[in-house]
Write a protein that binds this ligand. Structure first.
Ligand SMILES: Nc1nc2c(ncn2[C@@H]2O[C@H](COP(=O)(O)OP(=O)(O)OP(=O)(O)O)[C@@H](O)[C@H]2O)c(=O)[nH]1
Ligand SMILES: [Mg+2]
Length: 466
């Protein structure tokens, strides 16, 4: 009892209210906006509905209610929750519009503490929750911090050379023979940089996900800023021969400009993002749309795999990791979540979870040694289909039923999700048929339909509601 009263006294001094900051990320279209919308919507309904049976605090009847409160961080744009509701309320309902920058929203969750010491102090407590949406593309830039311009250029050009697309090859031919060392104004540099950005955007539209620098395709507030006007270029000045001859770029010349902009990008764009945002998250969720690349084909899938491996470097907190050396990350829980699970039949959810596990495997073991709890969960933020069975010649097949984006009622069996990284046979068979569904009609008094949000929310904050 003595220990309890001591703990209670400490709690009294600190106050019972706790604060949790969660980073929500994923490559564009992964489902971040739909996820935060549903996350908040589910919490707002917990006191009136039995919508999250897997969230222990709700199951135990200890959740008293949740409400939106003004965010503390006044410099970050607000997450547009009302905009999401407006899209879903339209007739026919539509998905929220794509977002391009970081945004955040704050929720206060009131609950009855279960912890004995907490109960001694007060019968109710509040958890303040910040959810911060930021583009996963920005995480692709971390490795750039350890590369100088010449090394980065070499790596990028090598990668571009491997992409067998006419627009890539023609950009390489046009730009790598320019004698920019002797240019003294920035007109040509700016023009080639804009072409490079367009090339990256076109690659992204074709399913390539490993895009570096990430801000070139998702500039946020930096759109049109000169810090985004550079491109990979292997200068003769960087060649081994020139190095020994101690040849230096002309001061104030075009090559100097490229190098300086690259350095500014490292110092003024990449570093501040990790310092101000990334290092401030207590927990993070990385949303991965595994199903779309599975549908788009081998190039999209393998590129997503490489992009994920790059992204995972930001979550690698080992003692010698770049993250640990440069910043002080404090994330203690990391969730990998496969989104849009309502596109497949329930019997495939286990495979989706296993496939995601294989995708994040390279870093999984590494991170779990560093006292970060990790989990892989398949889920759907806003369920847009219903599940059922179809009988055919005494054979029962599981199906999903929904309305396509064009308004067509569809009942489909989308196919099997491979439980391991797909092999050549899978791509030959093109075994997976993915249809985009429109959201179901929105009923204001009801929580948004979902699959597995309770498990996701329990992992991210269940222990903070004890
Ligand atoms: N069926 C289904 N589709 C989803 C779900 N979540 C997202 N989608 C689809 O994925 C698209 C992208 O979702 P968003 O939430 O806008 O993704 P995002 O990561 O915020 O995308 P950006 O803002 O472009 O970075 C949506 O327009 C939907 O078509 C879901 O739970 N179920
Ligand atoms: Mg978004």
């Amino acid at each position: 009892m003595n220990r309890l009263t001591n703990e209670a006294k400490q709690l009294l001094n600190r106050g019972l209210d706790a604060h949790l900051r969660i980073g929500v990320t994923g490559l564009s279209r992964a489902g971040k906006t739909a996820f935060i919308t549903s996350f908040v919507d589910q919490l707002l309904h917990t006191s009136t509905h039995d919508n999250l049976p897997l969230l222990a605090a709700q199951r135990d009847g200890r959740l008293l209610g949740a409400r939106r409160v003004p965010q503390k961080n006044l410099l970050t744009p607000r997450f547009n929750l009302d905009g999401s509701y407006e899209s879903l309320k339209l007739d026919p309902p539509t998905w929220p519009t794509p977002t391009r920058d970081v945004s955040e929203i704050r929720i206060a969750i009131k609950y009855k503490p279960q912890n004995k010491a907490r109960k001694l102090v007060s019968r109710t407590a509040t958890l303040y929750l910040d959810l911060v949406d930021y583009p996963g593309e920005w995480l692709l830039d971390l490795p750039m911090l350890e590369m100088d311009f010449a090394t980065w250029s070499e790596q990028q050009l090598k990668r571009l050379q491997q992409i067998d697309l006419p627009e890539v090859q023609s950009w390489l031919e046009r730009t790598q023979h320019l004698d920019i060392e002797h240019l003294t104004d920035d007109k040509m540099i700016n023009a080639v940089s804009i072409e490079f950005t367009q090339l990256l955007l076109s690659l992204k539209a074709q399913g390539y996900q490993l895009i570096q620098p990430g801000r070139f395709v998702l500039p946020g507030e930096l759109a049109d800023a000169p810090v985004l006007l550079f491109f990979p270029y292997l200068s003769k000045v960087h060649s081994e021969k020139a190095k020994t001859a101690k040849e230096k770029p002309i001061k104030g010349g075009a090559l100097d400009l490229l190098i300086n902009r690259y350095k500014e990008y490292q110092q003024q764009v990449i570093r501040p993002f990790y310092k101000q945002y990334f290092a401030s998250f207590d927990r993070q969720i990385l949303l991965v749309d595994v199903l779309s690349p599975l549908n788009q084909g081998e190039h999209a899938f393998s590129d997503m795999q490489v992009a994920l491996t790059e992204i995972m470097k930001s979550f690698s907190y080992g003692k010698n990791s770049l993250m640990r050396r440069l910043f002080l990350p404090r994330t203690d829980k990391l969730l990998f979540a496969a989104t849009k699970a309502d596109h497949i039949t329930p019997d495939q959810h286990a495979n989706l979870s296993l496939l995601l596990r294989h995708l994040v495997q390279p870093i999984w073991q590494h991170v779990s040694f560093e006292s970060v709890a990790m989990e892989c969960i398949p889920f759907a933020s806003i369920q847009s289909t219903q599940t059922g069975f179809v009988e055919h010649k005494s054979h029962t097949t599981p199906v999903i039923h929904g309305t396509s984006m064009q308004g067509e009622e569809l009942t489909v069996y989308p196919g099997e999700v491979p439980a391991t990284l797909p092999k050549a046979e899978f791509w030959d068979k093109q075994g997976f048929d993915f249809v985009s569904f429109r959201p179901q009609n929105y009923v204001e008094s009801q929580p948004l339909p979902h699959i597995g949000m309770g498990k996701v929310i329990q992992f991210l904050l269940g222990d903070k509601l004890r």
